[in-house]
Design a protein around this ligand. Structure first.
Ligand SMILES: [Zn+2]
Ligand SMILES: [Zn+2]
Length: 154
């Protein structure tokens, strides 16, 4: 799923409804390396709360991100969790060009929203483990496998 139509929500008497939605997450580049989420999709939970005529949308997700450690390049995984909030005013004009949010004419751009949430939730450095020793800058040997690795005079 890439988009969600808010018209399809049925509040009945509730002030809040939620849906769990499978959202596509295309493989992406981070720090010059390629990453992806398992199955190229996440289950995101969209909660819509009515406040008068307006809506508050909350999008939450938890996923693994898989890709190379940025120090030693071994395949690594990181669990991330992210949460975003959007406000939708009633009667917002269709296709409002000034709106930089994720909702246009009651259509939620889930794909873009999830992609931004995942990007924001990534750690500053994507590592196989916090104390990864990385690769030898001289010969490229894996220093995790060989902690005593050294070069003459270095
Ligand atoms: Zn590493
Ligand atoms: Zn070396």
């Amino acid at each position: 799923m890439k988009r969600f139509d808010l018209h399809s929500l049925r509040f009945h008497d509730a002030s809040e409804v939620w849906r769990t939605l499978p959202v596509d997450v295309a493989p992406f580049v981070f720090g010059g390396l390629d990453y992806r989420v398992p199955g190229d999709a996440v289950d995101a939970t969209l909660t819509a709360a009515r406040v008068g005529d307006n809506l508050t949308l909350t999008l939450e997700l938890e996923t693994l991100v898989a890709g190379p450690c940025q120090r030693c390049l071994v395949d690594a995984e990181q669990a991330i969790a992210a949460r975003g909030v959007e406000y939708v005013r009633h009667g917002e004009s269709e296709g409002d060009e000034e709106d930089e949010g994720y909702v246009t004419a009651f259509q939620v751009d889930l794909e873009r929203w999830v992609r931004d949430l995942v990007a924001d939730a990534l750690p500053q450095k994507f590592l196989c483990r916090e104390d990864c020793r990385g690769l030898c800058p001289i010969c490229g040997a894996d220093l995790n496998a060989d902690p005593d690795h050294a070069h003459e005079g270095a």
